[in-house]
Design a binder for this molecule. Structure first.
Ligand code: SAM
Length: 345
């Protein structure tokens, strides 16, 4: 288990690691900085705004993130809700860019966004120290896209945002597309062409039971095998070797080596055994799995005045007890109390 001390000298610094009881090293933290969103994607939101969870001050996120980084977290992904809606985002990225991991490397800072506000924010985010951005985009056909987001004009905004992010040097840029049978599964081949034409990495994600409405069923999930078969019948795919064991996407290129496609298959080919992630919700609760039935109130302890040493011990113990795996599709599966938009995707 990782130690909770905070040695800073380069000579004495030894890389700390957070581990769980299943032997997995946890080095990836996803932090939701708001659960508000300006899109109402049909597979995610009910369309009503409903109750929101509280947001912490940016300085509180920073203090909590520093604790995780001192314990061995190497990558922080800011998410939401829609993180670009959050005041103080640029300042938070600036502060994170000044942190070093426990092995002395710069922290890897990434962001997941719907891209709607990215045209104006890409360059300031890059200047603040953001390393990478992932844009969610569920169709390359504008009317289909806007039927999903339920926001008129959103396709043009997101495309402009993607191009601004590339121009700002936030590359390689990843596009995440959640596929749902009957909604956007006719977009698969179009996305493969889009990846090549726009020089972006498109990653298809299997739909998980994390929506606000009750929509999920196994029939609506478009599985990895089907995606590979369909793209290959138009443009043969060539598998790429994983870059690291905890990589969630199976990666492919095309036979001419131009373009990259990834498929994230948490339903048909779960990758829990290699999971390296934990999450912090916008109200400061640790979630050790997307499908956790329990949350761990880290911020509550901080607000009650616990010192960093005690908060660090709490993080270590909580992560040690991380669930072995999710149980999607199994009898007795329980949906988590929060949907994706309120957890932080
Ligand atoms: N607003 C940001 C965005 O759109 O990327 C960040 C939050 S959003 C909840 C993060 C990602 O979760 C998006 O790519 C979204 O498509 C994905 N997502 C939402 N619900 C999902 C579900 N039930 N299964 C799989 N992915 C889902």
């Amino acid at each position: 288990m990782a130690a909770a001390s905070s040695t800073t000298s380069a000579e004495t610094r030894t890389a700390r690691r957070l581990t769980d009881s299943h032997g997995r090293i946890i080095h990836d933290l996803r932090v939701s900085i708001t659960d508000r969103c300006n899109y109402k994607c049909v597979y995610c939101r009910t369309g009503e705004y409903g109750a929101q969870y509280p947001e912490l001050a940016i300085s509180d996120y920073l203090r909590l993130i520093k604790l995780f980084v001192n314990l061995g977290i190497e990558k922080v992904r800011l998410t939401g809700g829609e993180p670009l809606l959050r005041n103080g985002l640029i300042e938070l990225v600036q502060e994170l860019a000044g942190l070093r991991t426990s092995s002395g490397e710069p922290l890897d800072i990434a962001l997941t966004t719907n891209g709607h506000l990215l045209d104006k924010m890409a360059a300031p985010l890059k200047a603040a120290g953001l390393n990478r951005v992932t844009v969610s985009m569920d169709a390359v056909d504008a009317p289909t896209f806007e039927r999903i987001t339920r926001v008129p004009g959103s396709f043009k905004k997101v495309l402009t945002g993607i191009r601004a992010a590339k121009a700002a040097g936030l590359a390689p840029l990843k596009i995440n597309c959640v596929l749902l049978r009957g909604f956007n599964d006719n977009e698969i081949e179009g996305f493969a062409r889009f990846a090549r034409e726009e020089d972006v990495i498109v990653r298809f994600i299997e739909f998980m039971p994390l929506e606000e409405d009750r929509l999920w069923s196994p029939d609506i999930v478009v599985p990895l095998k089907e995606i590979v078969t369909r793209i290959s019948s138009e443009m043969p795919l060539v598998p790429l070797a994983p870059r690291e064991p905890s990589e969630t996407a199976r990666r492919y290129t095309f036979s001419d080596g131009i373009g990259e496609i990834g498929i994230i298959a948490p339903v048909s080919q779960a990758f829990c055994g290699a999971c390296s992630r934990v999450r912090l919700t916008s109200d400061g609760k640790i979630r050790t799995c997307l499908f956790s039935q329990v949350e761990h109130d880290l911020y509550g302890r901080m607000r009650a005045g616990q010192p960093d040493t005690e908060l660090s011990d709490y993080i270590v113990q909580t992560i040690y007890a991380k669930e072995a795996r999710h149980h999607i599709g199994e009898p007795g599966f329980l949906k988590p109390s929060r949907s994706m938009v309120h957890i932080g995707g």
